[in-house]
Design a protein around this ligand. Sequence first.
Ligand code: PLP
Length: 454
Amino acid sequence: NYSLKQLQQVDAAHHLHPFTDHKELREAGSRIITRAEGPYIFDSEGNEILDAMAGLWCVNVGYGREELARAAYHQMKELPYYNSFFKCSTPTPVLLAKRLAELAPPSVNQVFFGSSGSEANDTALRLVRHFWALEGKPQKNRIISRKNAYHGSTVAGTSLGGMEPMHQQLGGAVPNIVHVMMPYAYELALPGESDHEFGLRAAKAVEDAILEAGPENVAAFIGEPIMGAGGVKIPPMSYWPEIERICRKYDVLLMLDEVITGYGRTGEWFAAQSFGITPDTITTAKALTSGYQPLSALLVGDRIATTLTEKGGEFYHGYTYSGHPVACAVALANLDIIEKEGLVERVKNDTGPYFAQALRERIADHPLVGEVRSFGLMGAIEIVRDKATKERFEGDGRAAVVVRDHAIANGLMLRATGDTMILSPPLIWTRETIDLACERIGKALDLAHKDLFA
Ligand code: PLP
């Protein structure tokens, strides 16, 4: 048995972490999470922490679900693995694909499985380019994305994403991907511009990029319905319908990355339904299994699927674990829980509106807070030095890190990205859990205010 100190030493010596400064890790030591139950995680010191991030936006049904463990156990005993290459399959991916087709918008009926959101976006990129080649338009291969978007960490995911520091480290992105402005009114709306007008202007940036490249060269536009890692940027309601209209006008495919928003977070099964649009592809992962197994599903619209089927020829793409039987069994059991407990409806009609009201009434007036915003159970708090002028603290996200550290010390796990505090709690949260979270956020903000103005 290792003590905490020993585990931290071994961790620093042998374990390379994702998105981590390893010099800092060595100095500070890692936080070791040892178990979890319902909405709480517990660290090796026995501290109980309310998890306002659902892990990494994924544990939507909460921790400790026996049903999911049982589903994995039974499937492992029956058939732990077989592949879905070369016209083979196993039962669970078949049943899951049918289930997802029933939940998705009507013209989305086919599913390609992988193990992560990044893999699903790689697949999506290759699939849309393959589609246009099959249609006899191989030059139609440019993809339009947004600045500050996050679409994963593989080479294609990083290239699709719009995070500058990631591009710099990559040292050479996949060619023919361009990035336009994000729909972030708090910073980018012009004086006097309404939310509605700003949404249309942000969509117009996509049209401009299509026209600049020539529509005959543009394969698709990709976006997260609500930007997640980029800071829970919620577009005005005018944005997505206008994007869809522009895509249809120029015959550009519409790709939605719903790796975070899929499976209930916005109060519908998919955010496409929240914004009233019908995309050609929907990338999903995370909450598909509530994070209990690694699994992604790329949902493919009829237009692409019909061309694939009618033109034939092999799509030279796939992963050993595409349609993994155990992961798919867990996903089916997870969807059962979401359905049985009415979690999607609960977000839409109860906890989502309550969450918005709680942030507005109990957090927004704090002197450190420039703006609060939320959609369903996805929220953000902007940290500023000056509310009136929106002036930020100096240093790259330093202030948000101070707030985050106080929050964790006071029993609430949330995330800081840039100057933004992010919340993405499990869908099992109740009004009482939201109250508790707001109380702890308030405490963290007060303590951070003292530190930052000391
Ligand atoms: N797309 C979005 C919108 C995400 O938020 C993420 C991960 O956070 C990904 C893609 C990548 O998913 P994964 O980490 O499973 O590869």
